[in-house]
Design a protein around this ligand. Structure first.
Ligand code: NAP
Length: 296
């Protein structure tokens, strides 16, 4: 018989992931701070609980997918947190994107109570969450990763075990460095093309398949040219992740020059009230510096 699952945090990501667990046949209990968000899951067959501790008391595996480090700490370690309901041997899988260091500290505290933990942040956005095609980067003990595999398979496609506690979070932050620095390059390239009087569509077609090709260039480049700022991932969430990157880099004592620059450029956009636009709106900061608009 498959393990019973508890799911905490039914936001943009969590609701799709929870639906996919139900579709895969898992018995599911849910909790969300804003109770109304549990209704669609209950209608689909889940049971609603009154607190994270309550969810944990009835589940073998407890998944958390909430916003930021203090939020994960609240639902796991807080007054009515998972730690107060989970049985020894239970497994907590945190699928939020949070601090690697805080993750290691939580895993250690939970281990003292005989509770296992994996960090398993995701990429693939709300679309990947809904379709069950997320990339899942996992840190923690290998036997717990094997235990979680059927659960992961209901939610994702590229499922990797990358190392010990916190390493899943660190890999997720590597992903974020690559995404934003690539987006900076896409923006600079398009600005240069515009200043040179080029046809931007033809420019993208010419360079997308060569050595400069990337997912950001192929998917976000055309969106920039069409001036379509709808978010796959918002500037505000991107900034949260870059703050986590820069905090971790500071703890490790390494300089991240391009990532720091992008963080400051996004800050100028947040100050202009653009935090809910897609992360490719980074080009607006470059446009502001150059006085040129990227359009065909
Ligand atoms: P979201 O739509 O804003 O949902 C956040 C969820 O966390 C909500 O269920 C919210 O409850 C809950 N929450 C926040 N603070 C809480 C607290 N202190 N106590 C209890 N519950 C709390 O965010 P999301 O897009 O689903 O993102 C969730 C996580 O996935 C984040 O770490 C994010 O970085 C990561 N992620 C997101 C994406 C994406 O494309 N959106 C992609 C990859 C990874 P309420 O309903 O009560 O507000």
């Amino acid at each position: 018989m498959s393990e019973s699952i508890g799911f905490i945090g039914l936001g943009i990501m969590g609701r799709g992931m929870a639906h996919n667990l139900l579709k895969a046949g898992f018995a599911l209990r849910v909790w969300n701070r804003t109770a109304a968000r549990m209704e669609p899951l209950v209608a689909a067959g889940a049971s609603a609980d009154r607190s994270p501790a309550d969810v944990a008391a009835h589940s073998d595996v407890i998944i958390t997918c909430v916003s930021d480090t203090p939020d994960v700490q609240a639902v796991i370690l807080g007054d009515s947190g998972v730690i107060h309901g989970a049985r020894p041997g239970a497994l907590i899988i945190d699928m939020s994107t949070i601090s690697p260091q805080a993750t290691r500290e939580m895993a250690q505290q939970l281990a003292g109570k005989g509770i296992h933990m994996l960090d398993a942040p995701v990429s693939g956005g709300s679309e990947g969450a809904a379709k069950g095609t997320l990339s899942i980067m996992t840190g923690g003990e290998a036997d717990q990763f094997e235990r979680a595999m059927p659960v992961f398979q209901a939610m994702g496609k590229a499922i990797t075990h990358v190392g010990g506690h916190g390493d899943g979070q660190t890999v997720k932050l590597v992903n974020q460095v690559l995404v934003v620095v690539t987006m900076l390059a896409v923006g600079e390239g398009l600005l240069f093309a515009r200043a040179g009087g080029l046809d931007l569509g033809k420019t993208l077609a010419a360079v997308s398949q060569g050595a400069a090709g990337s997912w950001m260039l192929s998917n976000r480049g055309p969106q920039v040219v069409e001036r379509d700022w709808r978010p796959g991932f918002t500037i505000d969430l991107q900034q949260k992740d870059l703050r986590l990157v820069l905090e971790a880099a500071d703890q490790m004592g390494i300089p991240l020059l391009a990532t720091s620059l992008v963080f400051q450029l996004y800050r100028t956009l947040q100050q202009r009230g653009l935090g809910s636009e897609g992360n490719h709106a980074l080009v607006k900061a470059l446009e502001n510096l150059s006085g040129l608009e990227i359009k065909s």
